[in-house]
Design a protein around this ligand. Structure first.
Ligand SMILES: C[S@@+](CC[C@H](N)C(=O)[O-])C[C@H]1O[C@@H](n2cnc3c(N)ncnc32)[C@H](O)[C@@H]1O
Length: 445
């Protein structure tokens, strides 16, 4: 199977079966003995096409006699894949993209071969003349098509941020994020990991801000197959997620509750920072996800975590005033991690945020009751939407007078990218180069 066919199959799974891009792609890459070049090309085709669905559909609509919603999904995704190559990949000549697509159509959507050939050839002929929406007359529509974000999302961003900031954010959302790994300091030192990676010909750079964070050059996609991963020497985690456990700042022998813990990235980091001494109660609403927490903990050699299925919207009277620190890494819209999971752009509805903020506040209020007097509560999300972040904290502080904000911008300044004026921190992909993330820490009087 060639790279384009593999990419098409992955795109179909994401679009039609609603698969997560990373899972569908990894599954395909593991299903056959692809060489490195093919793996990289498939990855580029899948993410590049997925990032540009709305742009591709805008172009298709101008040249197709068949409406998008009447088109068979193999045909539609094959056209999208071809348009990505024609408009964004200089290394692929246009005619090659068309010929390969027509060949592929014979296997996946035979009856549409002629149609695909015709549409793509017309697009190539008129490529330079295609009109985008007028930037001055309809800025949000222009941004929506150019950067393939739904128009409601663009308008929402424009209501929070300036025009330049919004455009920069949308552009960055279509870029490839850096790949970070966390060294498991329970098992190995950073220097030893550097040596082992070098032996595997994987180049990494140390993060200047978090000692256990390493940036993998070129974003090697198969870290999980390495012995160093299987042995639990490393964990794959973005920088901003690592910041959460660092700012929670847990100590040995403390009792920590993580109310939304799966798949366990932050919980296991917390355990490492506690030197595997103390107690962590890791909860989540989904049992199947909790088994991932257990699996990660086992691989990383962590044995202080007890997992428990529990709905954070319910209050557990047994835990009142018991924990030294509580983490609420809340379920959220995920608008800060579009670079990692571009499908988020297409799967969210405009009203999702209002529903989610109520849940976030409820979980936070319950969690706050588990903290001992003098203890700390940390709230984090992977979104840049102020309604899920600052607004939730504002509402929380209005009803929870025993809590006060800790100035983490000051206290943890040495590990924060950029400078922060507020006590809580908001990271943006286009400003800080990290996932879009919000972190806020509160102290119970
Ligand atoms: C942002 S993720 C947590 C990521 C995790 N902290 C980590 O670092 O790996 C949010 C989690 O909240 C869980 N969740 C959603 N609704 C919940 C609820 N009502 N109570 C508890 N957990 C919930 C989801 O299953 C999901 O695993």
């Amino acid at each position: 199977m060639n790279a384009r066919e593999s990419a098409l199959k992955v795109l179909y799974k994401i679009d039609v079966d609603q698969a997560y891009s990373n899972i569908a792609l990894n599954h395909e890459l593991k299903s056959q003995q692809y060489n490195k070049l093919d793996r990289n090309f498939i990855t580029e085709l899948v993410y590049g096409t997925l990032e540009n669905f709305i742009f591709a559909d805008y172009i298709i609509q101008q040249f197709s006699t068949v409406k998008l919603n009447k088109m068979d999904p193999w045909t539609l995704n094959l056209l999208r894949l071809s348009i990505y190559q024609i408009f964004f990949l200089d290394k692929v000549p246009d005619f090659a993209a068309v010929n390969e697509s027509v060949d592929l159509s014979k296997k996946y959507c035979k009856r549409a071969s002629g149609f695909i050939n015709g549409v793509l050839r017309s697009i190539i002929r008129s490529k330079e003349k295609i009109k985008m929406p007028d930037k001055k007359k309809d800025f949000s529509k222009y941004l929506s098509i150019k950067y393939s974000h739904p128009q409601w999302m663009v308008e929402r961003f424009l209501s929070y941020f300036s025009e330049d900031f919004t455009e920069d954010l949308l552009k960055t959302n279509n870029e490839t994020p850096k790949l970070y790994i966390r060294v498991n300091t329970l098992k190995i030192t950073v220097e030893e990991v550097l040596q082992l990676l070098l032996k595997n010909e994987i180049k990494v750079e140390k993060s200047p801000l978090i000692p256990e964070a390493l940036i993998v050059e070129g974003g090697f996609s198969e870290l999980e197959t390495l012995e160093i991963y299987r042995k639990g020497f490393i964990h794959i985690q973005d920088f901003s997620s690592m910041l959460v456990a660092k700012i929670l700042d847990p100590k040995e022998d403390q009792f920590i509750i993580d109310v939304c813990s799966a798949p366990g990235g932050k919980t296991t980091h917390i355990a490492e920072l506690m030197k595997n001494k103390g107690k962590i109660l890791a909860r989540d609403i989904h049992q199947h996800k909790l088994s991932l927490v257990e699996k990660n903990a086992k691989r990383l050699g962590v044995n202080i975590i007890k997992v428990e299925k529990f709905n954070g919207k319910d209050l557990d009277h047994e835990l009142l005033n018991t924990a030294d620190k509580v983490l609420v890494d809340a379920p959220c819209s995920g608008l800060g991690i579009i670079r990692r999971k571009p499908e988020i752009k297409y799967r969210k509805e405009a009203d999702v945020i209002d529903v989610i903020t109520e849940m976030q506040l409820k979980i936070l209020i319950n969690a706050s009751k588990y903290v001992k007097s003098g203890g700390e509560l940390l709230y984090s999300t992977c979104t840049i939407d102020p309604n899920e972040n600052h607004k939730v904290i504002e509402k929380f502080l209005n009803i929870s007078s025993e809590y006060e904000l800790i100035d983490i911008s000051q206290q943890y300044a040495s590990m924060l990218p950029g400078s922060h004026e507020e006590k809580m921190i908001q990271l943006y992909p286009n400003v800080h180069g990290t996932d879009g993330f919000f972190i806020c820490k509160l102290k119970k009087k």
